[in-house]
Design a protein around this ligand. Structure first.
Ligand code: DGL
Length: 262
């Protein structure tokens, strides 16, 4: 099976990693729109326009299913993607919201995602009595993309973002941006031990595995290490280096343009 996977940058690598842990017999077409990140400060109209472009691009990639590995795009333009692609689409927000068990839930996400209240709405759709509090984190993605993970700056920023959530006695914390699992070790250190950290990619990869187990005989068996392809809209070298750090895989990364052609 060949999966399309999209994010603004290296955040999608955290989803990639979770998916291959459960389903190694797949290959990926990974697209990172690095020229336009961070998405988290963009308007809804910009994200919708981008979703049109990426759907158009993926519609020519011969994929069997598509993973929206970007929560910001997920919260604003999931419908656009579902309408434009003729394959099953798997998303982070609904996948994780359907399995939340705690009654008091915090969400860290980009400002654009928080503005939509997509997490609150999705969780309440499954469990109406849940208390949900969402915290916008504008500084995380730029720091993570610049590989500034060991600086005190990101620690101080994280403490500030967590404070309002901890005041509300949350029982679990959703990483509502696919870049954030890259700083889970820091967040674990800052959280009380009774707060469960939730990476939505786990729920997504489980859902995907169930789907694939039921359909695998329809699709060619592939090897993610050999058959995956990586594309970016700027700076392929930086992306390849970060993939090496995170996945221990040094992919060939190609530069593409997402301009829509008539
Ligand atoms: N990783 C993406 C998300 O899950 C986008 C982050 C960004 O570009 O701001 O929201």
């Amino acid at each position: 099976m060949r999966l399309g996977l999209f994010d603004s940058g290296i955040g999608g690598l955290t989803v990639f990693k979770k998916v291959v842990e459960l389903s190694p017999n797949t290959s990926f077409v990974y697209l990172a729109d690095t020229a336009r990140l961070p998405y988290g400060l963009r308007t809804s109209n910009e994200i919708i326009e981008i979703a049109e472009e990426i759907s158009f691009w993926f519609s020519h990639q011969n994929i069997d299913a598509f993973l929206v590995a970007c929560n910001t795009t997920n919260s604003i333009a999931l419908d656009v993607i579902k309408k434009r692609l003729n394959v099953p689409v798997f998303d982070l927000i609904e996948s994780v919201s359907s399995v939340i068990e705690e009654n008091r839930v915090g969400v860290l996400a980009t400002p654009s995602t928080v503005k939509t209240s997509a997490y609150t709405n999705a969780i309440l759709g499954f469990k109406p009595k849940t208390f949900v509090i969402e915290q916008p984190c504008p500084e995380f993605v730029p720091l993570i993309e610049m590989d500034q993970l060991k600086l005190d700056e990101i620690r101080d920023v994280a403490i500030g973002y967590l404070q309002p959530l901890l005041k509300e006695n949350i029982e679990s914390l959703i990483l509502g941006c696919s870049h954030y699992p890259l700083i889970s070790p820091l967040l674990v250190k800052l959280l009380p031990s009774n707060v469960k950290l939730i990476d939505p990619a786990e729920a997504l990869s489980l859902k995907l595995k169930l789907f694939m187990d039921s359909k695998m005989s329809n699709f060619a068996k592939r090897n993610y290490l050999v058959d995956s392809k990586f594309y970016v809209t700027s700076d392929p070298c930086n992306f390849a280096n970060r993939a090496k750090q995170w996945l221990n895989l040094f992919p060939e990364v190609k530069l593409v343009s997402l301009q829509k052609k008539a």
